[in-house]
Design a protein around this ligand. Structure first.
Ligand SMILES: [Zn+2]
Length: 244
């Protein structure tokens, strides 16, 4: 048994830090690795615009999808409007959690429409700030989403009728089992952190898999899956408590 890795990038927008993302794109192309990227359909969050906007943004997303990358819908506008931490209890801000069902459905539908129009809707959801609630899950289901990139544990599991592929940390743990989704925000990474992560990807490239492959990996048993999920949740909550 060995750990498999999904490399996930949040905050993919026309004005993202393309210069910082470039080394990751290069390593993916060189080694034919399928990353998971969270594309904001209609970004209104100015904090995510840090470099000149790319005019060929959607063609670029289509090109990445053509290379086997998975495109996740990262919210709709990425503007935080509530202070809810949602089902996972992470952070204190959300674009969706806490809003009435109809409002969430309308936002998610508008975002989906853009991705469908651009030919890059894969039915995968990535919640801004990892915050979503039962109404978000209900709306995602109504809109035919099949999976989310969030949750606890090391194996995919059912969460409100969708497949949840866990996402725990921004760096590898390498416990030797299951799947770890490494969550990266290129915009705010230092040159050193970028170099280190690119090095990690190079040395572990045979263990880097796509989102679709990752959700198909089964736990040794349901009990093991649930146990690992409970343990990782307790460990992360304790860690966040200590960190404040
Ligand atoms: Zn985000």
């Amino acid at each position: 048994m060995s750990t498999r890795y999904v490399i996930r990038f949040d905050d993919i927008t026309p004005g993202m830090a393309w210069s910082k993302f470039k080394p990751f794109e290069a390593v993916a192309d060189a080694l034919h690795l399928p990353f998971l990227i969270g594309v904001v359909p209609q970004c209104r969050d100015l904090s995510l615009s840090v470099e000149p906007e790319r005019a060929d943004f959607w063609p670029w997303v289509r090109e990445r999808a053509g290379k086997g990358w998975t495109i996740a819908q990262h919210g709709y506008t990425h503007l935080y409007v509530t202070k809810e931490s949602g089902l996972l209890g992470i952070g204190r801000k959300s674009e969706l959690a806490g809003l009435p069902y109809e409002e969430q459905l309308a936002k998610l539908a508008a975002g989906k429409e853009i991705l469908v129009r651009e030919g890059v809707w894969h039915g995968v959801f990535m919640a801004p700030s990892h915050s979503f609630d039962a109404n978000t899950m209900r709306a995602l289901k109504a809109l035919d989403f099949s999976a989310i990139t969030d949750g606890y544990g090391f194996y995919a599991y059912d969460l409100h009728g969708l497949v949840a592929l866990p996402q725990l940390l921004a760096r590898p743990l390498g416990l030797g089992l299951g799947v770890e989704t490494i969550c990266l925000h290129a915009n705010t990474m230092s040159e050193y952190a970028i170099q280190r992560m690119v090095e990690f990807i190079k040395t572990h490239h045979t263990a880097v898999i796509g989102f679709g492959e990752a959700i198909a990996i089964e736990a040794p048993s349901d009990m093991v899956e649930r146990m690992l999920r409970a343990l990782s949740q307790a460990a992360l909550r304790a860690y966040r408590l200590v960190k404040g």
